[in-house]
Design a protein around this ligand. Structure first.
Ligand SMILES: Nc1nc2c(ncn2[C@@H]2O[C@H](COP(=O)(O)OP(=O)(O)OP(=O)(O)O)[C@@H](O)[C@H]2O)c(=O)[nH]1
Ligand SMILES: [Mg+2]
Length: 925
């Protein structure tokens, strides 16, 4: 018999590797002290010395075809006895992402089987991402393994903790905890499900009758999980609610087999008892469950409340029952299952504002016009005035019907806010505060607001309504990406400014099941708004509403006036220069009898009086910063002048020297050449105009567009069209660097995005700007600093990053003129360019990379190294021409693929995956 582990015991996990040489060092052993085990993983009801959970967060390192032995050893201090186990990762097999690890558990004399799937990353680390763990006995017949009950933990990507518990008798039981990188909040629920297992196995010998009143067995604590991410983001803090101990099945056969005839394995189709989880094959189910007066329960479980984790299955008939029974019978059983009294949610399991509900209160809550969705046992807070509803200690998850007489009075700390801003007596959370600020609600001075169900609000003690929180078109959008609730359609009939834009921009995605959020960030001028607009144009059938187009038109016209202003200012400068030269020449030429300086001198940059008046007016207006204010009146008045101006020789001469005008952005050419057309009153901007236009995307720095990728046709892809793709909705959230606030403090509002797309302008390497401290700084270095701040931000700890290296078109031109070493960070860029051989046929394709390609590749590697040194992970990179739709389309599809990989990694075979993770293939041009 093996001794129970004690404090101070040292576990060691060793890796033995037998395969081709590796380019990196393998960790040989990972010692873990028992005392390092987080207390959270120890089941709290059992004294620490009785049970120990041993988490192993251990990526198994493996190259392509190795054999890896994973052995673990327990050295118990003060005793010679050892527990050792060996896990062989395929001695004859190769390690594929789905490898079966079988190991013998010498302590319990039974075998455990663990199926692991994971990925082989380019660094050679093998990371579990999908684990299927079962323990029980092998049956030796046929060499196939039979398993009893199986517990499955799966995460789209994450770490796996293998928890081994020992009780006093030395019996070991094992559980897996899977944490999910993408959906951190699921961690708690997975954990809580599994942590339930221990008490239940411990009491498995207890019979139902031993528990006193059979209908109300003793209580243990349990954690409420939520699978309703949209409804309630119930992650993080766990909380305990009392409920009866789970009833155990009376009989139990081998794992995976039917509980009645003990035949079959885990692949046999079975029906499950809603109370005790006993599973019956199709031959036994009707005998085991009888006439099912309360739905699918074993006869012995009739009268017992259902297992709360199965509440979602109530009334959802299985295929097996449909085969065995006729339609009428099925309907009756399902009706009984859903509506019989004993299967109803016990009101006392629901706490509202700290008070358990009475039966009538639960009925009120469930039958109100807008009830909380999928109500589960747990602690909730409810703001009766506004209808805001949430999990205790968390931000609101829904707005339900207000004024319901349920639960106690709301507490100020109900949602655990720390903002000193109050709504109806509750201190709101940071996210809500952010939303209020974006909705234009004045929040300075720690106000206490009174918010009504329709979103109208006033400050406490004042009579006048200050506005409507959800009234503005953009606020619902903001709420959507901050995962905050908005009033349901039936309740928002008043107080909302209905406009075309708002109804179009806010689709019913709150009801959608799958929404993937992509956060797009970058320094000023990096091209984020261009990419954002491209996404709108590419994927939305109506990218811009009429209202939007009208606003954009004014923006573009105002931009063109501004570009003209820069041109006119340049003209003045050039004229002065010329005059200066002229004067110098005159004074240095003896006997010059030409006109004196007082007389009207003309240069090639001089303009007539009419245009001069216009020029003076425009420059004055620009200086006063009122350019935006004079539209559209200015267009009506000055449109006829523009043609004259544009055709003027002086302006043409100035335009020819536009490269000397620093204030003129590169897109100005596009618009100036169309100035006459654009500044007419009947101008209508084209999609291309909008794409090129500056200042079109929202001024507060936040914009959000939702779309699906169009379904690719089978001919295109050579495989069956991926229907799934077109079902997933994506939200591209563009946030301006300035909008992130000091030290990126608002970043945490984006914790639930699936990926961050970071945009850098390649052509920034020779650009300088004045930073916050008044120093002139290289813009590429500024971008790097911002990148560092974002990737190391705790909110994005496990996030995938896609780096967009934008403006490669500009970059390729520039690098031929300006060396990349102009930027200090790139001082070690010394490419050796092999020029095409002089005698080579000019028609033959030159396979040598251009300087531009070498440069962009070099910069990508710089960022990859930086990222990997900061996070230890791999950076995805895409080199993009923001103004080309195809290029942006490719980059966004690449982002989609990355998201898909992180979800489906277990489905990749190792060779496929390692191909994807090759350095070179993570570029998309
Ligand atoms: N040549 C070229 N110009 C680009 C490209 N992408 C964007 N631009 C231009 O670069 C300028 C800045 O792009 P924006 O998309 O406005 O950049 P931003 O990240 O929104 O920056 P701010 O507006 O300052 O916040 C615009 O004039 C774009 O037209 C590109 O790939 N090539
Ligand atoms: Mg912009």
């Amino acid at each position: 018999m093996s001794p129970a582990p004690h404090h101070g015991d040292q576990y060691s996990f060793a890796l033995e590797y037998d395969g081709p040489p590796l380019p990196f060092d393998l960790p040989r052993a990972v010692p873990i002290s028992v005392d390092d085990i987080p207390v959270a993983s120890v089941v709290s009801q059992v004294p620490l010395s009785d049970t120990l959970s041993l988490p192993v967060v251990q990526p198994i390192v493996a190259p392509k075809n190795p054999t890896v032995k994973f052995s673990k050893e327990l050295r118990t201090l003060g005793s010679e006895a050892r527990v050792s186990k060996e896990v062989e990762l395929g001695s004859e097999r190769t390690v594929s992402p789905t490898s079966v690890i079988a190991f013998e558990d010498r302590v319990s004399q039974s075998n455990n089987v663990c199926e692991l799937s994971g990925e082989l990353s380019s660094s050679g680390a093998f990371e579990f991402s999908n684990v299927n763990y079962a323990s029980g006995e092998f049956s030796d017949e046929g060499g196939s393994s039979r398993m009893l009950e199986e517990s499955r933990g799966a995460g789209s990507s994450g770490t796996v903790e293998f928890c081994e518990s020992f009780d006093k008798s030395g019996r070991s039981s094992s559980a897996l905890r899977v944490s999910n990188e993408l959906h951190q909040h699921e961690w708690a629920s997975t954990e809580s499900v599994l942590s339930l297992e221990y008490p239940s196995t411990r009491v498995s010998s207890l019979k139902a009758e031993d528990c006193g009143d059979a209908r109300r067995p003793p209580v243990v604590t349990f954690d409420v999980d939520s699978d309703d991410a949209l409804d309630g983001d119930f992650g993080g803090e766990e909380e305990a609610v009392t409920r009866p101990l789970k009833r155990e099945p009376l009989t139990k056969g081998k794992k995976g087999s039917c509980y009645r005839c003990f035949k079959g394995n885990r692949f046999t189709e079975k029906e499950v008892c809603l109370v005790c989880d006993a599973k019956y094959c199709s031959n036994c189910v009707l005998r085991a469950m009888g006439s099912m007066p309360e739905g699918r329960k074993c006869v012995a479980c009739i009268g017992f409340p259902i297992d709360e984790s199965k509440r979602g299955n109530l009334g959802k008939c299985s295929r097996m029952l449909k085969r065995l029974l006729n339609e009428l019978e099925v309907r009756q059983i399902m009706k009984a299952e859903k509506f019989c009294e004993v299967n109803q949610l016990p009101p006392e399991y629901i706490f509202v504002n700290g008070k358990p509900l009475a039966y009538e209160e639960l009925v009120t809550l469930q039958n109100c016009p807008n009830p909380p969705k999928k109500l589960k046992p747990g602690n909730y807070w409810y703001d009766k005035v506004s209808g805001l509803w949430g999990k205790e200690g968390q931000k609101p998850s829904r707005i339900i019907s207000p004024h319901l007489n349920v639960g106690g009075p709301i507490q100020p700390d109900a949602s655990n806010g720390n903002t000193q801003v109050f709504i109806n007596g509750r201190e709101i959370t940071k996210v809500e505060l952010r939303m209020l600020q974006l909705a234009g609600v004045q929040c300075a001075g720690n106000p206490h607001f009174w918010v009504n169900e329709d979103g109208s609000y006033q400050e406490e003690g004042q009579k006048n309504t200050r506005g409507y929180i959800w009234g503005k078109a953009g606020t619902k959008l903001v709420c959507a990406f901050l995962s905050l609730p908005v009033p349901s359609k039936s309740s928002n009939s008043y107080g909302e400014q209905h406009s075309n834009l708002s109804s179009k921009a806010v689709p019913d995605y709150l009801d959608h099941a799958i929404i993937q959020k992509l956060l797009l960030v970058g320094c000023s001028g990096s091209g984020t708004s261009t990419i954002f607009k491209q996404a709108k144009i590419l994927y939305n059938s109506v990218p811009f509403s009429d209202d939007e187009r009208e606003n954009i038109k004014l923006t573009i016209q105002s931009n063109v006036y501004a570009y003209l202003g820069v041109l006119l200012e340049g003209r003045e400068r050039f004229e002065d220069e010329c005059l200066g030269h002229l004067k110098k020449w005159q004074s240095s030429t003896p006997g010059n009898t030409g006109p004196g300086p007082e007389s009207d001198e003309k240069t090639m940059y001089s303009i007539g009086t009419r245009l001069k008046v216009f020029s003076d007016w425009l420059l004055k207006t620009m200086v006063s910063g009122k350019l935006d204010a004079i539209f559209p009146a200015a267009t009506r008045e000055y449109a006829p002048l523009i043609e004259e101006l544009w055709n003027d020789a002086a302006i043409k001469a100035t335009y020819a020297r536009r490269s000397e005008l620093e204030m003129l952005p590169s897109v100005a050419n596009y618009f100036l050449e169309r100035a006459v057309k654009i500044l007419r009153t009947d101008y209508e901007p084209s999609d291309l105009d909008i794409l090129y236009a500056e200042g079109v995307t929202s001024s507060n720095g936040l914009a959000c567009v939702e779309f699906s990728f169009p379904q690719s046709s089978p001919e295109e892809t050579g495989e069956t069209a991926d229907l799934h793709d077109s079902l997933i909705r994506y939200q591209l959230i563009r946030v301006h660097a300035r909008g992130l606030g000091e030290n990126c403090k608002w970043l945490e509002m984006f914790e639930d995005v699936g990926m961050v797309i970071f945009c850098v302008s390649l052509s920034d390497y020779d650009q300088f700007t004045v930073d916050g401290n008044g120093c002139s700084t290289n813009k590429m270095v500024l971008s790097r600093k911002f990148f560092e701040a974002i990737v190391t931000h705790p909110t994005f700890e496990h996030m995938d990053f896609l780096l967009i290296l934008n403006k490669v078109d500009q970059f390729e031109e520039k690098i031929e003129q300006v060396p990349l070493t102009k930027c200090d960070w790139f001082s070690d860029f010394h490419p050796t360019i092999s020029r095409p051989r002089p005698n080579s046929n000019s028609n033959s394709i030159n396979h040598n990379p251009s300087l531009g390609q070498l440069g962009s590749h070099y910069i990508a590697v710089k960022f990859k190294r930086l990222y990997s040194s900061l996070t230890g992970r791999k950076l995805y990179v895409s080199v993009v021409k923001g103004l080309e739709p195809g290029s942006v389309d490719a980059a966004l599809k690449y982002a989609k693929e990355i998201l898909k990989w992180s979800e489906e990694r277990p489905n990749f075979s190792s060779s496929e995956y390692s191909m994807y993770s090759m350095e070179a293939s993570s570029f998309s041009h």
